[in-house]
Design a protein around this ligand. Structure first.
Ligand code: NAD
Length: 269
């Protein structure tokens, strides 16, 4: 039997980092490195002390990242857009396979990140690591079959602490829908006189409570409608998906380029 994958977990004290560390089966994963923000109250404590699974790894500040990467098989990172961009040069240099779920990067930041990584290491970057949401993104492409009289709208709901809007997943769905339906403009809300124009795709965001993530795609026809919806019961859906991606990206012979969850799950888009 092969030894467990040594994981360097970045954003280790966050909602997602804590869950990944807790959910990782110890026969397959060993969280050997943990990194959080310089001023994070968890720095200096072990993951076990923080209630984040059995790992005795001490949470370190970002300055320790390069050293921790050198002792890891894979880097899993769920931080903030700002932190992800700041850590990227170190991650690219470390050349350790990389899984990142951080959202909120601008299109230019995403492009720069992809060029910094390509050719150096295999990476899986996804705005949503759940199997169901990725299936929803793939299914959105089928809306191409509907006649032009149908209007498509996307509604997403998340917990009140979420910083970026629309969610990264909603943006991925919007990209597929725009491709399928020929939308050239996105509208993120309406008030006053704001009649829908044919080239507009509606992408609306709701924020409240502890909602772990709901994405709904409505296709409104003149006499019927279709609703596709994905609802995550808990963030474990994302944590387990990220761990699955970590195993996939470290498989022997994986080329050093940036992949998406569609690649990991074998979904053709
Ligand atoms: P959080 O605020 O609970 O945690 C953020 C973590 O990042 C903390 O541990 C913090 O100390 C750490 N951090 C901040 N600056 C850092 C730095 N410079 N270096 C290293 N670590 C640093 O956030 P969260 O709810 O865990 O979400 C994290 C990200 O993951 C967000 O962008 C969120 O939208 C995204 N997310 C993605 C998915 C997905 O499936 N892709 C699912 C849920 C959340």
């Amino acid at each position: 039997m092969s030894r467990p994958l040594r994981v360097c977990l970045v954003g280790a004290t966050g909602r997602m980092g804590t869950l990944i560390s807790r959910e990782a089966p110890t026969d397959r994963f060993d969280v050997t490195g943990a990194v959080a923000a310089q001023d994070d109250p968890g720095v200096g404590k072990t993951l076990r002390e923080l209630g984040a699974g059995p790992s005795p790894a001490k949470v370190s500040p970002p300055s320790a990242l390069a050293g921790l990467l050198a002792k890891s098989d894979v880097c899993i990172s769920f931080t903030s857009a700002q932190a992800e961009v700041a850590n990227l040069p170190v991650i690219a240099k470390g050349a350790v396979p990389y899984v990142s779920g951080t959202t909120g990067l601008t299109p230019q930041q995403r492009k720069d990140a992809n060029s910094a990584l390509a050719g150096r290491l295999p990476a899986v970057i996804a705005s949503n690591f759940s199997l169901g949401a990725n299936l929803l993104i793939a299914m959105s492409a089928a809306l191409k079959a509907l006649p032009s009289g149908f209007d498509v709208s996307i509604v997403e709901a998340h917990h009140s602490g979420k910083v970026d809007a629309p969610s990264g997943t909603a943006l991925s769905i919007a990209q597929e829908v725009s491709k399928a339906r020929g939308y050239t403009k996105t509208v993120n809300g309406r008030s006053g006189a704001s009649k829908r124009a044919p080239e507009e795709l509606e992408v609306f965001s709701l924020r409240g409570g502890g909602t772990p993530g709901i994405h709904t795609v409505h296709a409104f026809g003149p006499h019927e409608m279709i609703t596709l919806e994905h609802l995550a019961f808990s963030r474990s859906a994302f944590a387990l998906g990220a761990l699955h991606a970590a195993e996939w990206v470290t498989a022997e012979g994986r080329e050093p380029r940036v992949y998406g969850m569609a690649d990991v799950l074998g979904l053709k888009l």
